[in-house]
Design a protein around this ligand. Structure first.
Ligand SMILES: [Zn+2]
Length: 353
């Protein structure tokens, strides 16, 4: 088991699937506090994190991204556990490496180190910006140490913060994926347009440039189309799996329009009451196919992702993955199926069921 193509070789040859959105999924599995969102799971329940990666690998993810999102120095200070910063990062990286190097198919997965939005970046504040650069540098250092094949910088809503992340990743000399996550005003918070930010990231050497998180398929696709038209490098598209709209382009202010009878105790449905706005698998599959058809080869889903949706993305672009063995088979359903053995009186009752 030594075969392992580079990210670029894979992207040049066809679609590459990357599962993200571990925060929401591990929270749903009961191993993370919502809102606080710190990936203590790599230390508290390493077996649960390994299982999460295995499930996404089984569903077709080619990349095993170390779960260090929010596992940065500033967030660890917020929760008073700065002493666990390095152990958390190293544990997450080791688990990702373990899974990536024991794939289900013939080729190893790529292990990705991960940095993301620091949430202390401030325009014009050199001190804060230097602090963010230090936060990125130490995380990238640990990722390189633990054998990352690629680096992913994601969910940036300040253009300049994304440029800084890319600068740090480039210094490490590994292939770099950089994706942005603009808020509802459809512009980066430092007033640079989405397209200009992506153009600049390509100019600065991003190997894969694109968008992830905050936006569902409907409000991400229009920008991906523009980006794909203008950029020459590979492009990434990893939406959240919620039905965002023109009026509410991100999940932060998404209203519940499904007859909610017991409102969320918080100001917004984000992040604990988004469930009724979840896209179904066909919407996610349609997004992936449309993106792939216009030349976007780096595909996945972010918050709201689960293994079933990753399989859907993979299959929508023509891949067969281990979990394809268990794809839907309504043929044998006891009431809706067409199988000859299904009794007529059961089938005939389906409209009244
Ligand atoms: Zn996300």
């Amino acid at each position: 088991m030594t075969k392992k193509r580079s990210l670029k070789e894979r992207l040049d040859a066809g679609p590459v699937i990357c599962a993200e959105g571990f925060l929401f999924e591990i929270e749903k599995r009961g191993y993370m506090s919502s809102g606080e969102f710190v990936p203590m799971v790599s230390l508290d329940h390493p077996e649960a994190l390994e299982n999460l990666h295995r499930d996404f690998q089984h569903a077709g993810s080619d990349i095993v991204q170390a779960f260090t999102y929010n596992g940065h120095r500033e967030k660890m200070r917020v929760i008073g556990k700065e002493n666990l910063l390095e152990p958390l990062n190293r544990s997450a990286l080791k688990i990702a490496k373990k899974v990536a190097t024991s794939p289900l198919g013939e080729e190893q997965n790529l292990m990705a180190g991960n940095i993301s939005n620091s949430n202390i970046w401030k325009q014009g504040d050199k001190k804060a910006q230097l602090e963010v650069e230090k936060i990125f540098s130490e995380m990238v250092g640990w990722a390189v140490d633990e054998g990352a094949d690629i680096l992913i910088g994601e969910t940036f809503y300040y253009a300049e913060e994304a440029y800084t992340a890319l600068k740090v990743m480039k210094k490490a000399g590994l292939p770099s994926v950089i994706t942005i996550a603009p808020y509802g005003q459809n512009i980066m918070r430092d007033k640079i347009s989405i397209l200009d930010t992506c153009k600049e990231l390509e100019q600065r050497g991003g190997d894969v440039v694109g968008m992830n998180c905050h936006r569902g398929p409907n409000t991400m696709m229009p920008y991906l189309k523009e980006i794909r038209k203008v950029l020459k490098c590979h492009v990434a598209g990893l939406p959240i799996t919620y039905r965002t709209t023109e009026d509410h382009p991100t999940f932060f202010n998404l209203p519940d329009n499904n007859g909610c009878s017991c409102h969320s105790p918080h100001e917004t449905t984000f992040p604990t009451a988004l469930d009724p706005m979840q896209c179904n698998r066909y919407e996610i599959g349609q997004f992936a196919k449309e993106a792939f058809d216009i030349g976007i080869n780096y595909l996945g889903v972010c918050c709201g992702a689960n293994p079933m949706l990753i399989r859907e993305v993979a299959e929508a672009v023509g891949l067969k993955v281990p979990a394809s063995k268990y794809r839907e088979n309504m043929e044998n359903h006891y009431m809706f199926g067409k199988n000859k053995r299904i009794p007529k009186h059961i089938k005939d009752y389906r409209n009244k069921a």
